[in-house]
Write a protein that binds this ligand. Structure first.
Ligand code: PLP
Length: 353
């Protein structure tokens, strides 16, 4: 068994991959592949309905919210959010590359107030005690910084609409989703393959859209069209639906949170104990999803990589912008994979005498 610690696209449950591959050959015993049928067929519409229903069930959201699946990745959401909602001024928390890219897009549309940034220390912490201007059209932040391995699990309180990029930690721990006005996530980190972006939007937000805009950038069009204004990424949504079903059967977010917390504890306890490795971010801000670490002696990376290979551990290279190592421990990764990694870290330490 290969232990897949890839940061994204990332690990999916084996049973999801099995069902997804079956649907590629014969979808719902129709004799046709899911890849060769109309998105407007009733079986495909049922997939989209089920996916949205499961999202709301897992996050305990009521019908004040709509769930849509669009294309263009989280990166298109960086622009779509201000395009729809930035009238005069928006507030952003800058905690990494993705947050910075969101800020960059907002600047095309109006005043962009960065309430705090951790760029001074290479995004190795989450700024605390920032103040959100009460006249902002919304506040935007990134809940999990995939590249740096920091996470903000406590929902900030704001007097303004709250918008979050949850691409890499959606459905990984319990939080009060009803505090948010909009949540988006590229599905390829924690719920599906590349190709779809999930957007959860409070319907009352749609009334705030004022700017004239290209049709495809308008949230209202996609909500009214129930993700079928144009041809949606059917396969990516189908696989996401299967993952949501898997999570629901697992016991939902509450149950997966327990396992994610246990995985993180197992890994970080070893990181703190082991003399050969060290973390790169503030301990209180450590992510449960992406754990970044480096070696005390970087010259020994090749030796450690060899041990990882022998143990069938894959996807541990750090992001090209930060180097070192990054263990991504998304929902589908089992505790036994983290245990395998911990054992390799221990045997590396022993080999150093
Ligand atoms: C991966 C990632 C993105 C970029 O997603 P794309 O779908 O490639 O545009 C944005 N935000 C976060 C937090 C990510 O992890």
């Amino acid at each position: 068994m290969i232990h897949n610690f890839s940061a994204g696209p990332a690990i999916l449950p084996k049973e999801v991959l099995q069902k997804a591959s079956e649907a590629c050959i014969d979808f719902n015993n129709s004799g046709l592949s899911l890849l060769e049928v109309s998105h407007r067929g009733k079986n495909v519409i049922a997939v989209f309905d089920k996916a949205s229903t499961l999202v709301k069930k897992l996050l305990k959201l009521n019908d004040d919210y709509a769930v849509i699946f669009v294309q263009g990745g989280a990166s298109t959401q960086f622009a779509m959010v201000p395009h729809n909602f930035l009238g005069k001024k928006a507030a952003y928390l800058n905690t990494g590359v993705w947050a910075s890219r969101a800020v960059k897009e907002a600047k095309h549309y109006g005043e962009t107030s960065v309430v705090a940034s951790s760029e001074d220390k290479n995004f190795s912490y989450i700024p605390k005690g920032f103040v959100i201007p009460t006249d902002a059209d919304y506040f935007h932040y990134t809940s999990n910084n995939t590249i740096y391995g920091t996470q903000l699990r406590e929902v900030p309180s704001t007097g303004v609409p709250l918008i979050c990029d949850m691409s890499s930690d959606i459905f990984s721990y319990e939080f009060d989703a009803s505090k948010f006005d909009l949540i988006y996530a590229g599905v390829q980190k924690n719920m599906g393959p590349a190709g779809a972006t999930m957007v959860i939007i409070k319907k009352s937000m749609l009334e705030r859209i004022q700017r004239q805009m290209p049709t495809m950038l308008n949230y209202k069009i996609h909500v009214d069209g129930e993700s079928m204004y144009n041809t949606p990424p059917v396969f990516a949504v189908y696989v996401s639906m299967l993952t949501l079903e898997w999570l629901d059967n697992f016991g939902g977010v509450e149950a997966i949170e327990k396992r994610n917390a246990a995985k993180a504890k197992l890994f970080y306890d070893e990181l703190d104990r082991n003399s050969q490795f060290k973390g790169t971010v503030e301990v209180v801000d450590r992510s449960w999803m992406n754990a970044n670490f480096i070696m005390e002696d970087p010259a020994k990376e090749a030796q450690f990589n060899e041990l990882l290979k022998q143990a069938q551990i894959s996807g541990l290279a750090g992001h090209r912008s930060v180097g070192g190592f990054r263990a991504s421990m998304y929902n589908a990764l089992g505790l036994e994979s983290v245990q395998a990694l911990v054992e390799v870290m221990q045997s590396f330490e022993k080999s150093q005498g």
